[in-house]
Design a protein around this ligand. Structure first.
Ligand code: GDD
Length: 328
């Protein structure tokens, strides 16, 4: 019998990599998505439409799919946008987790089946950090409506584990990127702009805080850690990180350097892209995941920057051919 996985946020960056990973392992993969109009669709998976802000059909989906594993990746995941949409973010990212946990709990009670649950927790929860590197025991100090919603969801996941014995795990994932990263996140914004600048399609790149430091890894590596958590004998919480920290400036150095350009000739610092409160420094310690799950990252910071830049250079070249032929 094939194992069955249900992924919320299946059309996002992580959802798409996780789908490929699970199909490779011969899972039957189902996903939940709020709409058809954007994202990555894998035709070997089945999509069910539901909004995490409206739990009415979540229970029906869980009852019909009968998943062995649920990966809860769906969220309003943009930190800056969460300052503009704090209530929507709390509803989707925070209470949305309770809606899916509750649907699984009711399904388990009704059918006697066991479902394993993965919660996409975030290093943003550490916010104004109290120690470095951050581990599973570092206290949280969230600095955005997004991070507050993620802290709530983190504790709900633990609460369902402790109250009902649910096999529920938090993966505290530090920033993870890829050529599939959304264009509003800083790494992809930089690689796309650098590639377009290289080909004369764009003249400048407007950014916010260049001093912020993040622990950036490759999303394709991180989805394996999600799966490993749900294969372990006990449910637990794990930091998943690269173990290195770099500033936005250093990412610019890597990307523009790879294209033989100097970013200082093109980058304009624009207050528009600063946040009302910032997370200055994130640096994860993935020692527990290495020890207990045997997980470690494979793609380095430099390789990640180059993979993303090379991908966006190919896209920019296609765009240039079209532009040269007057096609928009
Ligand atoms: N997005 C963006 N755009 N960020 C910028 C810009 C810009 O123009 N200029 C500077 N930055 C800085 C931000 O202020 C932040 O300090 C850093 O670049 C990274 O920003 P993002 O790439 O937007 O990611 P994030 O760290 O806020 O959040 C991401 O990682 C979290 C895990 O730690 C998101 O994927 C979250 O959903 C995720 O939980």
């Amino acid at each position: 019998m094939k194992r069955v996985a249900l992924i919320t946020g299946i059309t996002g960056q992580d959802g798409s990599y996780l789908t490929e990973f699970l199909l490779e392992k011969d899972y039957e993969v189902h996903g939940i998505s709020p709409c058809t109009s954007h994202g990555f669709f894998n035709h070997d998976s089945t999509i069910h439409f539901a909004d995490l802000a409206d739990g009415t059909n979540l229970r029906e989906i869980v009852d019909s799919v009968k998943p062995d594993e649920v990966y809860h990746l769906g969220a309003q995941s943009h930190v800056k946008l969460s300052f503009e949409l704090p209530v929507r973010t709390a509803d989707v990212t925070g209470v949305g987790t309770t809606r899916i946990l509750n649907a699984i709990h009711e399904h388990q009670q009704h059918t006697g089946r066991q479902v394993r649950f993965y919660q996409a927790s975030s290093s943003e929860m550490y916010g104004k950090i109290v120690e470095s590197p951050q581990t599973e025991t570092t206290p949280f100090h969230p600095r955005s409506p997004y991070a507050c919603a993620k802290v709530y969801a983190y504790w709900q996941t633990i609460n369902y584990r402790e109250a009902y014995g649910m096999f529920a795990c938090n993966g505290i994932l530090f920033n993870h990127e890829s050529p599939r990263r959304g264009q509003a996140f800083v790494t992809r914004k930089i690689t796309q702009a650098a590639a377009r600048i290289k080909l004369g399609l764009q003249k400048e790149l407007r950014l916010g805080n260049l001093d912020a430091k993040r622990d950036w890894g490759f999303a394709g590596d991180y989805v394996e850690a999600m799966w490993l958590m749900l294969q372990h004998s006990e449910p637990d919480d794990y930091v998943i990180a690269s173990g290195e920290t770099h500033s936005v400036r250093e990412f610019l150095d890597e990307v523009f350097g790879h294209l033989d350009l100097d970013w200082q000739d093109y980058v304009v610092v624009d207050p528009e892209f600063f946040r009302p409160s910032e997370v200055d420094h994130l640096h994860g310690d993935f020692g527990k995941a290495r020890r207990v799950l045997g997980w470690e990252p494979k793609v380095s910071f430099r390789e990640l920057a180059q993979i993303m830049t090379d991908h966006d250079l190919v896209a920019a070249k296609k765009e240039k051919v079209l532009a040269d032929h007057g096609v928009e």
